[in-house]
Design a protein around this ligand. Structure first.
Ligand code: NAD
Ligand code: DAU
Length: 351
């Protein structure tokens, strides 16, 4: 079946993996990458797709209500996979309003445009909203987030994502918009912007710079290989039940300190450095405000209903991630030039 799908934020980290999967797996779909190319959006992430006949790029801002409305009327999309967002917790602490604009207003604009376009015929239409496990708040040492866990966001980022999730459900219940959602754990892999812990540490180790670990490094995250996330989005988009949420995660829990130590050992080996060299770069710095202690996903519903399983364990995935960054140092050099330096100084100096 010929379908016109708009994938928002597909010049970013996860979106670029999702659109690559869709463009290559479904040549009969027309895939539109709608992205405003903020600091996090980079067309280098999708340069292998630019000559494919079923790939199209539209530069545009999801917070621009009129533009989004016209775009939907013009292209008459029949599927939306919505990833565009401000995604970094530390930036949300510095500038919460920007997160409200993009993540809440931007999502509402897309929902509204889809509702206006599809109101007379919802058959075969689908609005997929990509969300995060952070909406559930912070776990103690025990337990997992399930789809029934009450929302308890604690950062401006997670509060803005929680709010957008509520709007998506409201459009399902109020207008019958055919929505489906997922809440995913921490992704890692290629094309990850080096403001996030793993690529930041890889870049700093490469340059023999301190690796900033917040607090004592005891916070726990549940790592998921980004292509496993993309595969989950594919299966949920096509087979997920309307109005439902699916939690995506791989039971890969690591404390930040253990993760960084593993990364240091891998980097020492790959760079031909004596074992223990990179670990000396670990520097404990002032903790993140309101730092969530632990996230951990229970993916039972997704596995039992739709048969999804993660394909990679963390050690193997991290090794592949390091290989990608070492083979693509030019990419890292491009994204860390210019504004990145200013961001880095502001975020880490005097911490
Ligand atoms: P990212 O920051 O790497 O990419 C975001 C993309 O959105 C960029 O290409 C950016 O240019 C674009 N964008 C931002 N504002 C826009 C606007 N106003 N109009 C149009 N485009 C805009 O983010 P990511 O890590 O790839 O995350 C993608 C989505 O997945 C987000 O919704 C995020 O909340 C969610 N998510 C991320 C993770 C993770 O571990 N990174 C985990 C779970 C869920
Ligand atoms: O859980 C899903 C979320 O994962 C996504 O929704 C977010 O978009 C994504 O950014 C990620 O959020 P985190 O805050 O968990 O990721 P980050 O890489 O920023 O931080 C991971 C952990 O490492 C966290 O406990 C904070 C810590 N950290 C982070 C940075 C940037 C450090 O110790 N030092 C750092 O310099």
């Amino acid at each position: 079946m010929k379908r016109k799908i708009v994938i928002t934020g597909a010049a970013g980290f996860i979106g670029s993996h999702v659109i690559r999967l869709f463009v290559n797996k479904y040549p009969e779909y027309d895939c539109y990458n709608l992205d405003n190319l903020t600091y996090a959006g980079n067309l280098e992430n999708v340069k292998d797709l630019q000559d494919k006949p079923n790939y199209h790029f539209i530069k545009g801002d999801i917070t621009d209500t009129e533009f989004i409305e016209k775009l939907f009327q013009q292209h008459r999309f029949d599927g939306v996979i919505h990833l565009a967002a401000e995604s970094h917790v530390d930036r949300s602490i510095a500038d919460p309003l920007c997160f409200i604009r993009t993540n809440v207003l931007g999502t509402a604009n897309l929902l509204n445009a889809a509702r206006n376009l599809w109101k007379d015929d919802m058959e075969g239409k689908r609005f997929y909203h990509v969300s995060t496990d952070e909406v559930y708040g912070s776990l103690g040492a025990e337990g997992y987030f399930t789809e029934k866990t009450a929302y308890s966001p604690r950062s401006p980022y997670s509060a803005s994502k929680a709010s957008s999730d509520h709007f998506v459900r409201a459009y399902f219940h109020t207008y019958g918009l055919p929505v489906v959602m997922s809440n995913c754990s921490n992704n890692y892999g290629s094309h990850h912007f080096p403001e996030k812990l793993i690529p930041l540490a890889i870049n700093n180790i490469r340059h023999n710079q301190p690796i900033p670990v917040y607090g004592k490094g005891a916070n726990v995250r549940d790592g998921l290989w980004v292509d496993d996330h993309a595969r989950a989005i594919d299966v949920i988009f096509h087979k997920g039940r309307l109005g439902e949420t699916y939690n995506i995660g791989g039971h890969n829990e690591w404390s930040n300190l253990d993760l960084i130590k593993l990364l240091c050992r891998i980097m020492d080996r790959k760079l031909g450095r004596e074992e223990g060299t990179s670990e000396k770069l670990i520097t404990f710095v002032k903790d993140r405000a309101g730092h969530d202690l632990r996230y951990a996903i229970d993916p039972t519903k997704l596995r039992d209903e739709l048969g999804w399983e993660p394909s990679l364990q963390f050690e193997e995935g991290l090794e592949k991630t390091v290989d990608w960054y070492l083979a693509n140092q030019e990419w890292l050099d491009h994204v860390t030039s210019g504004d990145y330096q200013k961001y880095y100084e502001k975020q880490y100096q005097g911490r």
